[in-house]
Design a protein around this ligand. Structure first.
Ligand SMILES: Cc1cc2nc3c(=O)[nH]c(=O)nc-3n(C[C@H](O)[C@H](O)[C@H](O)COP(=O)(O)O)c2cc1C
Length: 357
């Protein structure tokens, strides 16, 4: 890993490492991924990613089958690594955190939920299911995948991708045997996936982050955060990226699993109209502010992840069904106003125009 500002080191391109024709990656959306959108991007020669946050083994197998029915091209499955900060709380504290959210449950006519046996499926079980389905790529967030996980993926011919929010994280990932690093700037929509320092201390913008990561690691770098049209793609390549990962611009399209209210919020957002908050999940994430964020922040009581995410998830699901955007997580990035296209193919065409010949 040597510093090098020439940008001409012999780093493999994504076509070699992942086997895709176009260096355009659809970012995974935990809870908002759709087979239709992932397959659409893969069919165009890019890499469709599908977020498996909260999925048990059965759902992972079903999703793989649905993706394979929709496309024969490579796709990526995305998992959240278990995180040290992810703690349970006592029964008494759970009740306090739940009661702080009572007005939202009351508003929707829902009972306050009881403390669950577990908040998330077991990671090892999820990963075993992913291995069984043999996606072309498995991508991870919130840490360096353990050596046995990387080895098991490689043993089945699966490329390993992981995400960094700082240069130090990128170096840790490359040292850990990851094949491709996603460098995600603080413009990005969704969770800040920092793992070495608190997320609040890992807020580097894409323009500063990508060239420094490209200099620091010898694996291909995919730029993420704030890229929504050909200009962003061209800039990312000029900064040393070998590919781009796009979230918000695809989330807005008809093929995504975002709710109608979420899509409308993205369409109506301004560049300064997103915030970073821990209110909805207990972890820092970027989205469009709404009443839920404002009231939870005002109350000042936020359970640690994954407890807060589980708790708000009980009323968010109902709000989603009823089309109430004020009580959902409206994750989106700072480039939301550039998300102009309602069709994923139009987004892909636009991005493709920025890829250097
Ligand atoms: C609703 C939403 C959910 C997301 N969930 C995940 C996830 O589960 N795993 C992950 O690696 N990235 C996740 N991301 C990040 C995206 O995959 C992508 O990297 C990011 O949106 C890129 O920045 P952009 O929004 O500025 O395009 C999510 C983003 C959004 C908007």
């Amino acid at each position: 890993m040597t510093g090098n500002t020439s940008g001409r080191r012999n780093v493999a391109d994504l076509a070699h490492v992942i086997g895709i024709e176009r260096p355009i990656v659809l970012g995974p959306f935990g809870g908002h991924s759709s087979v239709e959108l992932a397959a659409a991007v893969s069919e165009r020669g890019g890499l469709g990613s599908y977020g498996l946050y909260g999925y048990d083994a059965e759902r992972i197998l079903e999703t793989a089958a649905a993706l394979r029915a929709a496309t024969r091209r490579p796709f990526a499955f995305n998992l959240w690594l278990p995180h040290e900060e992810a703690t349970d709380v006592t029964e008494a504290d759970f009740d306090v955190y739940a009661r702080a959210l009572q007005p939202f449950f009351d508003e929707l006519g829902l009972e306050l939920p009881e403390r669950p046996g577990r908040y998330l499926p077991d990671f090892d079980t999820q990963f075993a299911a992913v291995l069984e389905t043999r996606p072309s790529v498995v991508s991870f967030v919130f840490g360096v995948p353990p050596a046995d996980v990387v080895d098991a993926a490689h043993g089945r011919g699966i490329t390993v991708v992981a995400t960094a929010t700082t240069v130090d994280e990128a170096v840790a990932l490359a040292s850990g045997g990851v094949d491709v690093v996603v460098a995600t700037g603080s413009e990005a929509g969704g969770h800040r996936v920092a793992f070495l320092l608190p997320a609040e201390e890992s807020l580097v913008g894409t323009f500063a982050l990508v060239p420094q990561v490209a200099d620091a690691v010898d694996v291909p770098v995919i730029a993420a955060g704030g890229i929504a049209d050909r200009r962003g793609v061209a800039a990312a390549f000029a900064l040393g990226a070998r590919g781009v990962q796009v979230g918000t611009a695809f989330l807005r399209t008809a093929q995504s699993a975002a709710s109608e209210a979420h899509r409308r919020a993205i369409i109506g957002a301004s560049a300064h109209g997103t915030v970073l908050t821990r209110a909805m999940s207990g972890r820092l994430a970027r989205g469009i502010p709404n009443r839920a964020i404002r009231e939870i922040e005002r109350g000042g009581l936020i359970a640690p992840f994954p407890v807060q995410n589980w708790l708000t998830g009980r009323f968010r699901a109902e709000a989603g069904r009823r089309g109430i955007g004020e009580l959902q997580s409206l994750w989106a990035g700072q480039a939301a106003p550039l998300a102009r296209h309602a069709d994923a193919n139009a987004v892909f065409d636009e991005l493709l125009r920025g890829v250097p010949a």
